[in-house]
Design a binder for this molecule. Structure first.
Ligand code: TYM
Length: 337
């Protein structure tokens, strides 16, 4: 009997710099669970990326475990996917070094996230911050990933990963799979509730701008009630109505209704009623995530067993690519790996 065709590989990561936002959830993590049925999925906590900005060691450790539990609580099933912690897999940074030598200074200088973060932390523009997209490329290319589900803000980094893979293959021969991005059809950029022209971000200093997936119901509703909209009275999806568009998008994703249906549902209603309805729908949608997280975070032994087992499998997979790459670039082989 012929072997079943190998499943395509999906890979994505998230930084453990704080509780996941509704942006992380809608733009990325929420979509990761359903992909498990069709693909070979690998998801990880990008703790090595997190130290490109200053973070207390104890806090990083704590946030990494919390992020791991949040991923599981968001519906990722360890019988179907591998979920691991980036720093447990040394091959990512080993590949990153090789890829650095196929990446141009000019390309990295153009990364908008590097420019934004340099502006935000002018006293700590470290080499890791600059080189971050190359480590991200290695995260992806080391597993020969076919698809990378991310929000819009990561597309520039993904494009760079594709360029690096193409350049490496051009120089050394076909070695690295060139990955495709995979963006959700709706919600690839969830906006701040306080400034709907800006993306919702974990690092926002205004807590009312951001919904955290572990916020309780009252907090979620209060934040939506304060959401900035506009001075009109019409609930429609239209250019220029950034606040309302964002709320309609969020409502549509968490209820599964289309934007048109949502617009019809609120026809003739005021902004106050609409914001309350969005808040309630989001809180109800996130309730199972919150309770599953509360259960998981108590069980540190279980989490350790999961991330250790998954790291072992991911490491094995990753060595296949690293060994090929090392051979292609001309490193003398060793029995040690
Ligand atoms: P991070 O931790 O900033 O975000 C994780 C995921 O959430 C998405 N996202 C959003 N989507 C919609 N609306 C928003 N407001 C919003 N905010 C964040 C991001 O696009 C991302 O998909 N560099 C990555 C982590 C990473 C990675 C990787 C991802 C490291 N290596 C390899 C994919 C593949 C990051 O900082 O994501």
């Amino acid at each position: 009997m012929a072997d079943a065709p190998e499943k395509k590989v999906i890979l994505s990561g998230i930084q453990p710099t704080g509780t996941f936002t509704l942006g992380n959830y809608i733009g990325a993590v929420r979509n990761w669970g359903p992909l498990q049925e069709q693909y070979r999925c690998l998801y990880f906590i990008a703790d090595q990326h997190a130290i490109t900005v200053r973070i207390e060691p104890a806090q990083l450790r704590q946030k990494t475990l919390e992020a791991y539990a949040q991923l599981l609580a968001c519906g990722i099933d360890l019988d179907k996917s591998l979920v691991f912690i980036q720093s447990h897999i040394p091959t990512h940074s080993q590949l990153a070094w090789v890829l650095n030598c196929s990446t141009q200074f000019g390309e990295l200088s153009r990364m908008t996230q590097f420019k934004d973060k340099s502006r935000k932390h002018p006293d700590d523009i470290n080499a890791g911050l600059f080189d971050y997209p190359v480590l991200m490329a290695a995260d992806i290319l080391i597993y020969q990933a076919d698809l990378v589900p991310v929000g819009i803000d990561q597309m520039q980094h993904l494009e760079l990963a594709r360029n690096i893979a193409n350049r490496f293959n051009g120089r050394y021969g076909e070695t690295l799979k060139v990955p495709e991005g995979y963006m959700p059809p709706i919600g690839a950029k969830v906006m701040s509730l306080q400034d709907p022209t800006k993306k919702m971000s974990k690092s926002d200093t205004n807590p009312n701008a951001v919904i955290l997936i572990l916020d309780d119901k009252d907090t979620i509703i209060r934040k939506f009630k304060r959401a900035v909209t506009d001075s009109e009275m019409e609930i429609v999806y239209r250019e220029g109505k950034d606040g309302i568009n964002n709320l309609l998008t969020i409502y549509s994703v968490v209820t599964g209704k289309s934007i048109d249906d949502a617009v019809r549902e609120f026809d003739g209603k005021g902004y106050g009623d609409f914001k309350l309805a969005v808040g309630e729908a989001v809180a109800d949608h996130l309730e199972p995530v919150r309770s599953e997280y509360a259960r998981l975070i108590q069980d540190k032994a279980y989490l350790k067993e999961c991330y250790t087992r998954c790291a072992g499998e991911a490491l094995k997979m990753s060595y296949r690519t690293l060994n090929k790459v090392y051979k292609k670039v001309g490193f003398v082989p060793t029995e040690l790996r």
